[in-house]
Design a protein around this ligand. Structure first.
Ligand code: ZN
Length: 239
């Protein structure tokens, strides 16, 4: 089982860990703890490197497998042994862009729900670009500017972002979480991580976010698409 350091400290750029398993066919290692985000919830995985016994391995893919995080190693250097000490370094420029983008999407989600009552059904992001799908029957082109103004106002307000890890029963008592489909969580999950933009948005979420919306910067609504009478897709870019 890999301890997920990014769950409690999204700003951790370097960390020490021990190799607990080596998968030679996949050229991957499992660590006892990691700051690498393995991807999920629309946020892509981190890149970076692991230094093990003086060898620098490029980490070009990270994936969650059950309770473990697999770090895929590039290059052709011989793989390390189980029990080796490793030092991990994230590609922080990319990760921080993803944190700002992910937070911008929460600002969009919270604002659109508050102002129009529209629910999110899915989303995806890359560094500085993202999109959300809404059940948003009344969405039309004329609303693009209105939404853009509203989300920038929220971001510039400097709203704090709080992360909490709650017992499942406690999380289920929070009415706001129900709309993020918390009820779809598998039975076995005993704790729920929540990400709150204070006064705007609250979600069950495993991703990485900035501490305050003023770190997001300016957000542009770059496009919108109708995917039918109800489903609308809104695209944003973070400058
Ligand atoms: Zn999220």
């Amino acid at each position: 089982m890999t301890e997920l350091l990014y769950h409690t400290d999204a700003y951790l750029q370097e960390f020490d860990a021990t190799v607990t398993a080596v998968l030679s066919e996949e050229r991957a290692v499992i660590l006892d703890r990691t700051a690498f985000y393995p991807g999920g919830g629309g946020q892509p995985c981190d890149f970076g490197s692991l230094t093990i016994n003086g060898v620098i391995y490029v980490v070009d893919r990270v994936k969650k497998q059950g309770d473990d995080v697999m770090h895929f190693l590039g290059g052709t250097s011989p793989l390390p042994a189980v029990g080796s000490a490793s030092h991990g370094t994230l590609d922080w420029v990319r990760r921080y862009k993803l944190m700002r983008t992910h937070t911008a999407l929460h600002v969009l989600c919270g604002t659109v729900f508050r102002d129009y009552g529209a629910l999110v059904t899915g989303g995806e992001m890359e560094p500085l670009k993202g999109r959300l799908d809404f059940e948003f029957e009344t969405m039309r082109g004329e609303l693009v500017r209105e939404i853009e103004v509203a989300i920038n106002k929220e971001a510039q307000m400097g709203r704090e972002i709080r992360v909490n890890i709650l017992p499942r029963e406690e999380a289920f008592q929070i009415p706001d979480l129900i709309r993020t489909k918390i009820n779809l969580l598998p039975e076995g999950i005993t704790h729920v991580r929540t990400v709150e933009i204070v006064g705007l948005d609250l979600q069950a979420d495993g991703g990485t976010h900035v501490r305050n919306t003023n770190e997001v910067g300016r957000i542009r609504v770059s496009d919108y698409k109708s995917k039918g009478a109800i489903n609308k897709r809104i695209y944003i870019e973070v400058e």
